[in-house]
Design a binder for this molecule. Structure first.
Ligand code: NAP
Ligand code: GCO
Length: 263
């Protein structure tokens, strides 16, 4: 029988105190996994823990900046002591800075690369020894439309998410023989705080032009919801995907298939 269940598995979702991370963690819990998450400060972790408790999910939360290798290594030691060895890692924590390229500072470019590309390397590196010890593992990197497509103002983010696609393929290449699958989950345009500035209405209540643009560019005719990622996330975390490796599963309502509305 196809096995989508995650009973007995420990799943770490980085940046999982709200948004896409929380929706993924909720789905993994429903499939049977024990949920561990981190966020960058104590306030966010506390908020996340309260929210998981409200949902009846017994989650473990840790304060950890995923760009800091020492903090990440320390978090993995704590998780091992408190919960056990991580079987499933979702590299979800991410940031975006939108600015025309000529106005983007090098410092901002570096910051985005650090959180969105260097950190998934650091966290995967910390997770892999435990997975090798257990003889199995799932690493899922949260990619983006911008892993494939460019757009004005997101040079740093697109560079990081394009790089993350290749880090995914490289982890697959290096660890596939050890029964570790590394795949990407590429959300389309999802309604979360990260995309809220693109959906703000003007004083007259008219939608943001970018909002109108995205709805027209999406064959599904709407923004995605974090919950739209639940099924694909469980699939990539489960034994049902054991021969899927180095793949990026786009969950975008069809954006990447579509040339755009004809005039
Ligand atoms: P979000 O609302 O901004 O949540 C991201 C989480 O990561 C936040 O809790 C954030 O904390 C945390 N974080 C940021 N830097 C961190 C660090 N150094 N260490 C630990 N945690 C950190 O984003 P989202 O929309 O849910 O997106 C989640 C992931 O999906 C991101 O990788 C994003 O790029 C990707 N994604 C989003 C969309 C979309 O349309 N929303 C589409 C494709 C891909 P703070 O609140 O302090 O920043
Ligand atoms: C943007 C958006 C995107 C999305 C997402 C698309 O400014 O274009 O924020 O980058 O967040 O990653 O898949």
């Amino acid at each position: 029988m196809v096995n989508f269940r995650l009973d007995g598995k420990i799943a770490l979702v980085t940046g999982g105190s709200y948004g896409i991370g929380m929706a993924i963690a909720t789905a993994l819990h429903e499939a049977g996994a024990t949920i561990v998450f981190n966020d960058i400060n104590g306030e966010l972790v506390h908020k996340g823990l309260c929210e998981y408790e409200k949902k009846g999910i017994p989650a473990y939360g840790y304060v950890c900046d995923v760009t800091d290798e020492a903090q990440v290594v320390d978090m993995f030691a704590k998780i091992r002591a408190d919960v056990g060895i991580v079987d499933i890692l979702f590299n979800n924590a991410g940031i975006i800075k939108r600015a025309p390229m000529l106005e983007m500072s090098v410092a901002d470019f570096r910051k985005v690369i650090d959180v969105d590309l260097n950190a998934p390397f650091i966290v995967a590196k910390a997770a892999l020894p435990g997975m090798l010890e257990k003889g199995h593992g799932k690493i899922i990197n949260i990619c983006s439309m911008t892993s494939e497509l460019g757009r004005e103002t997101v040079a740093a983010y697109a560079s990081a998410k394009g790089g993350l696609k290749m880090l995914t393929k490289n982890i697959c290449s290096e660890f596939g023989g050890a029964n570790i699958q590394c795949n990407g989950l590429g959300p389309g345009y999802i309604a979360t705080p990260q995309t809220a500035p693109l959906r703000e209405r003007d004083a007259n209540g008219n939608p943001h032009p970018f909002d109108t643009f995205i709805v027209a560019k999406t064959p599904a005719g709407r923004w995605g919801l974090p919950e739209d990622l639940a099924g694909p996330a469980v699939f990539l975390a489960s034994d049902a995907s054991n021969f899927v490796n180095g793949h990026i599963l786009y969950v975008d309502g069809g954006i990447l298939a579509y040339i755009g509305k004809q005039p």
